[in-house]
Design a protein around this ligand. Structure first.
Ligand code: NAD
Ligand code: IPM
Ligand code: MN
Length: 359
């Protein structure tokens, strides 16, 4: 197979974890006889610095001519005081909107060899296996008006029926491939957009009689995510609730540095990126955990290219390296030696080579 992959490293630890993710992609290509052409583009702060635009048109063109997009992370203190249109985060929102990537899939599963790293008790985390399906191109992030003065500020939370229907369908379809349960998370006791959301979930569930459906208010969902997370299978929720709940869910696994994501539409191009941000507090030290970026490559192989065996090989390598007790600083115990970003990926590469030799 021959594919073109647009690589957008971004800022902070983005370039550090992307370099390792691309290295793993290259090993997969070599081992399984595929050619992945990687081409690099600017996004976020890096693009502001060079092009005065967080999403330059060259980057859009590169992505348009690619089969999938891999993205690191954007943002950092350097640009925090910029006007809204010149913030790195705007580039990320714009690329999601431009390509209509309305469904953001964020899997969260306990890794047996990492249970020690979670601040939660073993019996709470050990059975966790959920998928957060976050609406990504609507809601508060995109509603107009959106502005502030020193005296007042406004953000607008708007959802159309069509926007809700397509994400709800996506969630139901994904639940069919999993344990068959959907938890729709909203704030229907207060918000009008959530009332429409809940109504549409009720309408849609008739089309999916095989799926168990429950509604959960977002505040208590946040609580249940920590007290009893194994009850969740697929969570469907709007943009901002999904953003917050997915970072919260990362605590179950032990580190934000573990969670990958896929941003997709019904067909065509997909964008793959870690759930975490640019981590300015550890950027430049070579210590970031590249697992989320590497697992995002696995999601790309599976969802964009249909390469299930290759994706499984990457996931297996990640699990094996953890089982063998190799961790980056975010996961290492007090008396363990933490590996650098690159050293940890070396282990993944060795493991992929080993898998290949033994097959
Ligand atoms: P963050 O996700 O960057 O970091 C939160 C904490 O988790 C930090 O302590 C960080 O060191 C740690 N962390 C995150 N990823 C890690 C990894 N791979 N390995 C080890 N530790 C890791 O969130 P933040 O600090 O709130 O935001 C920093 C910047 O990132 C902001 O500018 C924000 O807008 C941006 N951001 C970007 C994205 C994205 O590009 N998708 C996502 C979230 C935040
Ligand atoms: C994420 C990030 C982004 C979001 C920011 C950086 C715009 O937090 O991908 O989770 O809120 O969607
Ligand atoms: Mn986030």
């Amino acid at each position: 197979m021959e594919k073109r992959v647009a690589v957008l490293p971004g800022d902070g630890i983005g370039p550090e974890v992307m370099a390792e993710a691309v290295r793993v992609l290259e090993v997969v290509g070599r081992r399984f006889n595929h050619t992945f052409h990687t081409e690099y583009g600017l996004i976020g702060g890096a693009a502001i610095d060079e092009k005065n635009n967080p999403l330059p048109k060259e980057t859009i063109e590169l992505c348009e001519s690619s089969d999938a997009i891999l993205l690191g992370a954007v943002g950092g203190p350097k640009w925090d005081q910029n006007p809204s249109e010149l913030r790195p985060e705007k580039g990320l929102l714009a690329i999601r909107k431009h390509f209509d990537l309305f469904a953001n899939l964020r899997p969260v599963a306990a890794v047996p060899s990492l249970i020690h790293a979670s601040p939660l008790k073993e019996e709470i985390v050990k059975e966790v296996d959920m998928l957060i399906v976050r609406e990504l191109t609507g809601g508060l992030y995109f509603g107009k008006p959106s502005r502030h003065t020193d005296q007042s500020a406004v953000d607008t939370l708007v959802y159309t029926r069509e926007e809700i229907e397509r994400i709800v369908d996506k969630g139901f379809e994904l639940a069919r491939l999993r344990k068959g349960k959907v938890t729709s998370v909203d704030k229907a006791n207060v918000l009008e957009s959530s009332k429409l959301w809940r109504k549409i979930v009720e309408e849609k569930k008739v089309d999916y009689p095989d799926i168990e459906v429950e509604h959960q208010l977002v505040d208590s969902a946040a609580m249940k995510l920590i007290t009893n997370p194994s009850v969740f299978d697929v969570i469907i929720t709007e943009n901002m609730f999904g953003d917050i709940l997915s970072d919260e869910a990362s605590v179950i696994t032990g580190s934000l540095g573990l969670l990958p994501s896929a941003s997709v539409r019904s067909d065509g191009l997909g964008l793959y990126e870690p759930v975490h941000g640019s981590a300015p507090d550890v950027a430049g030290q070579g210590v970031a955990n590249p697992a989320a970026a590497i697992l995002s490559v696995a999601m790309m192989l599976k969802y964009s290219f249909g390469l299930e065996t290759e994706a499984a090989a990457v996931e297996k390598a990640v699990n094996t390296v953890f089982e063998e007790g190799h961790f980056t600083a975010d996961l290492a115990g007090k008396d363990q030696r933490a590996l650098s970003t690159k050293e940890w990926t070396d282990k993944i590469v060795d493991e992929l080579d080993l898998q290949f030799v033994s097959n």
